[in-house]
Design a protein around this ligand. Structure first.
Ligand SMILES: Cc1cc2nc3c(=O)[nH]c(=O)nc-3n(C[C@H](O)[C@H](O)[C@H](O)COP(=O)(O)OP(=O)(O)OC[C@H]3O[C@@H](n4cnc5c(N)ncnc54)[C@H](O)[C@@H]3O)c2cc1C
Length: 627
């Protein structure tokens, strides 16, 4: 019987992202989908700023951008007026209080996005098997290394096969065989369901904001306009709601009816269609799965676990992040870097995000349908004024969430907090004001100069999504921290330190050109010094442990408008002392794990050993090194 590390059911955004990560990291994958062809067009389309960071970190952003997607920087609001509708204001899609590299939403249909992932997994040896479906599975443990048996069949029933796997993942979308078989229930948080009409096409219109994202309220109903690639526009129209007196979830509408509805809403402007690329009537209710796994062998993610309205464009984005969260955890468990208990944090972290998403979705619906913002409030939101109305506050909170930067995981074994088992006096925390970073949140972006080639780079992107932890050593002023850096390197070099315990065993291999993982696959190291680039001589100034990551040594010498007074902007943005620095541990998916003070002696390494001791489930640290 064939054996695989992971069997993945479903080739939508969640299944493809998981497959891409794991295939790149060397896992054997059986990946099936029950559709004969990939998504041709339509469906989800909005890539949020945080997801674009992720796609860049995966090296896929350029391929997405090659399709010339539409980019939404501003949202326009239109309300009823005596003559039909009028614009009441516009605001930034990702306002500047959010520190985003890409402050816009990227619009491209799901089919093109999926194709980018499919090409990548094929390059790494995974062949999508279509049209195949899953017919049964059980975690029978008959083979302790491959405990899950999975039965698969061609959808026409002509062929079937049974394979064994370490893990089974269901990315089947809202209707899931695996979820049903496990008996996992969906809770409907907001009982209100909607039927949406969605139409992508090329239009002729005198409506001036057709290239903007618009929310339009009129006496004839509401509509959302979203610009698309290839001169297209998407219209979302709510066709029915469970609050309607004659509610019928099967209510449908023809393309002509949706077009007529749009024409009525947009009056006195005119609109007609040269071409309709995709039209769908899409019934959706808010739902969340009560579990994402029962045994940490069979997992679910994406729409299997959470559904909500398409308004805020979150479905695909949440799917990407579900997959990345699970991928690195499977990788660390299978590599022996972490105990199996790490896998339980997939559900606890991602379910919380889905719950927040559903709460947000309900609030968002109210924000746009219950009350229409005045032009004054809109201007307030854009200018970041101190006096804020409730509306502006809700808007700000929403923008952070929709951009993806509002996501914050709670404290647990991998996100340090006051309850974390690894307590050490050198741990820094947001609550105590000793750092601006919050564990469980994405690392703050910072621009620095790479020492070896004088390129100005985005620090948070410098380590690709390679499945490794990222250790950012902010070295402050080299003259001040010389001893601290030397001591940290010395203790990291001891055999039982977090750095050495997973060192490459095969020392005979030439790793001269290995940029990110020359010493260990467990983590990658970046060093950032508060000095001008030309003043930094890597070999002379840094201990060998840091110097061997020569492509990851940076000068913190780039001015940043968010911290205009700072001499070392990256240090300042992290809330670290510009003279004495600090060490930031970032999880493989880009979220901060812990922050530690950089001091002379063994303390810094000791605190890191404690944190990683909990993360890895090992006793780390070596008394001898302190002698
Ligand atoms: C018709 C439709 C229209 C949508 N429109 C929008 C929209 O306008 N805006 C928006 O933001 N979101 C929209 N969505 C939702 C959005 O597509 C999802 O949020 C997003 O794709 C989630 O990704 P996923 O990978 O979890 O699931 P999906 O993208 O649904 O992918 C699931 C995949 O699994 C396959 N599959 C299912 N069951 C099996 C099985 N038993 N065996 C093998 N394969 C299986 C499916 O064929 C599919 O390819 C729409 C969804 C649908 C179905």
């Amino acid at each position: 019987m064939e054996k695989y590390d992971v069997v993945i059911i479903g080739a939508g955004p969640v299944g493809l992202t998981l497959s891409t990560c794991l295939a790149r990291w060397g896992y054997s994958i059986k990946h099936i989908d029950n559709r004969a062809e990939p998504t041709h067009t339509g469906r989800a389309d909005g890539i949020q700023p945080r997801s674009l960071d992720l796609l860049r970190n995966m090296g896929l952003k350029r391929k997405i951008m090659a399709h010339e997607p539409a980019k939404v920087y501003e949202v326009a609001f239109w309300d009823p007026s005596a003559k039909g509708i009028h614009r009441t204001g516009t605001w930034a899609s990702c306002p500047n209080f959010i520190d985003a590299r890409y402050p816009f939403t990227t619009l491209l249909h799901q089919g093109l996005i999926e194709r980018v992932f499919i090409e990548d997994i094929e390059k790494h040896g995974v062949k999508l098997q279509r049209p195949w479906t899953i017919t049964g599975f059980q975690n029978d443990g008959k083979d302790p290394n491959y405990p899950v048996e999975v039965s698969l069949a061609h959808v026409d029933g002509t062929h079937a096969e049974t394979v064994r796997a370490k893990y089974l993942f269901s990315g089947e979308g809202a209707r899931s065989f695996v979820r049903d078989q496990l008996g996992v229930k969906i809770h409907h948080k907001d009982p209100i369901a909607h039927v949406w009409g969605v139409m992508d096409g090329v239009v002729r219109t005198d409506f001036p904001d057709i290239k903007m994202k618009c929310t339009i309220h009129s006496d004839a109903g509401s509509i959302m306009v979203i610009p698309r690639e290839n001169n297209m526009v998407r219209l979302y129209i709510q066709i029915a709601s469970s609050t309607d007196p004659d509610w019928n979830p099967r209510r449908t509408a023809t393309a002509e009816e949706v077009q007529k509805h749009a024409q009525d809403i947009l009056k006195s402007y005119t609109i007609s269609w040269d071409r309709v690329e995709w039209f769908s009537v899409y019934p959706i209710g808010q739902g969340i799965a009560e579990r994402y796994t029962l045994d940490e062998r069979v997992f679910m993610g994406g729409d299997v676990c959470h559904t909500h309205s398409p308004k805020a464009g979150q479905g695909m984005n949440t799917a990407f992040l579900d997959a990345v969260n699970l991928a690195w955890k499977i990788h660390h468990v299978e590599s022996g870097f972490a105990p199996r208990t790490l896998l339980s944090t997939y559900e606890s972290e991602r379910k919380l995000i889905a719950e927040n998403l559903l709460d947000f979705d309900a609030r968002y619906a109210k924000l746009f349908s219950a009350r229409i913002p005045s032009a004054g409030e809109v201007a307030g939101a854009a200018s970041n004024e101190p006096e804020e109305s409730d509306f502006v506050k809700t808007f700000k909170a929403s923008c952070e969430f929709t951009s993806g930067y509002g996501v914050a995981y709670n404290s647990n074994t991998i996100n340090w907090g006051p309850e974390h088992p690894a307590q050490h006096p050198l741990m820094l925390s947001l609550d105590q004001g000793t750092t601006k970073l919050r564990s469980g949140r994405i690392l703050t972006p910072a621009t620095v100069t790479r020492v070896v080639d004088a390129n100005v780079v985005h620090l948070e992107q410098e380590i690709p999504l390679n499945g490794s932890y990222r250790l950012y050593v902010f070295g402050g002023e080299p003259g001040v921290t010389q001893t601290a850096l030397r001591d940290l390197a010395l203790h990291m070099g001891s055999p039982k330190s977090f750095y050495s315990v997973f060192a490459h065993r095969d020392q005979s291999r030439d790793r001269y050109h290995v940029r990110d993982n020359p010493a260990t696959d467990f983590l990658s190291v970046c060093t950032v010094l508060n000095a001008k680039r030309a003043q930094i001589a890597i070999a002379e100034m840094l201990p060998e442990v840091f110097a061997r990551y020569r492509d990851h040594v940076y000068a913190d010498d780039v001015w940043d408008q968010r911290v205009p007074e700072a001499k070392a902007a990256a240090h300042a943005k992290m809330g670290l002392d510009e003279r004495t620095g600090g060490v930031v541990v970032v999880r493989p998916d880009g979220y901060v794990g812990c922050v530690v003070k950089l001091v002379d002696g063994r303390g810094t390494c000791e605190a890191l050993d404690k944190y990683f001791g909990v993360v890895t489930g090992r006793k780390l640290g070596d008394e001898r090194a302190s002698l």
